[in-house]
Write a protein that binds this ligand. Structure first.
Ligand SMILES: [Mg+2]
Length: 289
C-alpha cells in the first residue's frame, strides 16, 4: 500500500553507518517529500550525527515542510521552517534534573562494580538520558547499532561476572536503582548500552501523531514505522525501535529490516535485508504513478 506518513530509524535502517553517505537515501526521500508524504526520522541520536547535521541541504524549503525529526530518545522534536531546523518546544531537561539522572546512573555503575566487579563506562552528554556501557572493552567502531552476535557476547560476559540472569537482571537492577530517583526513569537497552532517562522513542512518535499527523488528517493506519532494532534482546526486553509501538501508533504498520534473527514483538513484520530493504520500499512508494 501507499503510505501518507513514513516514520523511520536512521542508523542501521536508512544508512549503514554514520560515515556512510546519505546521498542515496536522501535522493529517494526527496520525491516523496515533494509529493507531500510526511517523513519522520526517529532516532536516539542528535541532528549533528544525521548526515553530519547537513541532511536539510538535500532538500528544498517546500520539501523540508514534510520532513520532521524525533531525536534524543524522546527529548528533541524538530521540523523545518523556511528551510531552517526548528525545535518544536523546549523539551530538554534543566541542569538539576539532568544531574539527578546522572546520579542514578552513577549509582548503577557503583552497584555493578561493587557487587559484580563489572566495569562500565557512562556517557553523560546525551540530551535527556545517560548511556551505561556494559561492554566497555568491546568497540562497535563506527557502527553504532546492535551487531550480530552481540547479545550472546554480552550475556556470556555478564554471566562470567556472576550476573546469572544476564541482561534481564542488569535491566531489573537499573530499574530498581532508578526508582529511588525523583525523576521517573525508563531503562532501555541495545545490548552494549543501557539507556536511562525519562523519555523513549515512544514520546517522539506520540508527539508527531498529535502535532503533525492529526492536524493533517492522516490516520495512523496510513503510517508505517521502519527500524532495525525491534527484536527482543532477552525475555521481556524489547529492542529500542519497539518503543515506536504505542497506544497511539499501534494501528500503524511496523517493519523490521534487521539481518539478525530474533524474536519480534507480535505487531512487527520481519523484512530483513538491512538498509537495502528500506530503500527498495521507498522506491516502491514512488512507483506506479
Ligand atoms: Mg537503528
Amino acid at each position: 500500500m501507499k503510505y501518507k506518513a513514513i516514520f523511520f530509524d536512521w542508523d542501521g535502517t536508512a544508512v549503514e553507518s554514520r560515515k556512510a553517505p546519505a546521498d542515496e537515501v536522501a535522493g529517494l526521500m526527496k520525491p516523496l517529500l515533494a509529493k507531500g508524504i510526511v517523513m519522520i526520522i526517529i532516532s536516539g541520536t542528535t541532528y549533528d550525527k544525521i548526515a553530519s547535521g547537513e541532511l536539510h541541504r538535500y532538500f528544498t524549503e517546500a520539501e523540508l515542510e514534510n520532513l520532521h525529526l524525533g531525536l534524543g530518545r524522546g527529548a528533541l522534536n524538530y521540523s523545518f521552517k523556511n528551510g531552517e531546523l526548528m525545535l518544536h518546544e523546549e523539551t530538554e531537561l534543566n541542569i538539576i534534573q539532568k544531574l539527578k539522572i546522572h546520579e542514578s546512573v552513577f549509582k548503577i555503575h557503583q552497584y555493578l562494580l561493587e557487587n559484580y566487579t563489572l566495569n562500565t563506562d557512562i556517557v553523560f552528554t546525551r540530551p535527556n538520558y545517560c548511556k551505561l556501557d556494559l561492554m566497555a572493552e568491546y568497540s562497535r567502531n563506527d557502527r553504532l547499532y546492535l551487531q550480530e552476535g552481540e547479545v550472546e557476547r554480552l550475556e556470556s560476559h555478564l554471566k562470567e561476572q556472576g550476573i546469572k540472569g544476564g541482561l534481564k537482571e542488569v535491566t531489573a537492577i537499573a530499574e530498581e536503582i532508578g526508582k529511588c530517583s525523583e525523576i521517573k526513569l525508563e531503562v532501555t537497552t541495545d545490548a552494549k548500552y543501557l539507556e536511562i532517562g525519562p523519555t523513549t522513542k515512544s514520546d517522539n512518535v506520540d508527539y508527531f501523531v498529535d502535532h503533525i499527523l492529526t492536524p493533517q488528517n492522516i490516520g495512523v493506519e496510513n503510517a508505517c514505522f521502519w527500524g532495525d532494532e525491534y527484536s527482543y534482546l532477552a525475555d521481556g526486553i524489547p529492542g529500542s525501535d519497539s518503543y515506536m509501538v504505542t497506544e497511539k501508533t499501534k494501528k500503524g504498520h511496523f517493519f523490521d529490516v534487521s539481518k539478525t534473527s530474533g524474536v519480534l514483538p507480535k505487531e512487527i513484520i520481519s523484512m530483513g535485508g538491512g538498509t537495502e530493504t528500506f530503500r527498495s520500499f521507498l522506491k516502491e512508494q514512488l512507483s506506479g504513478e
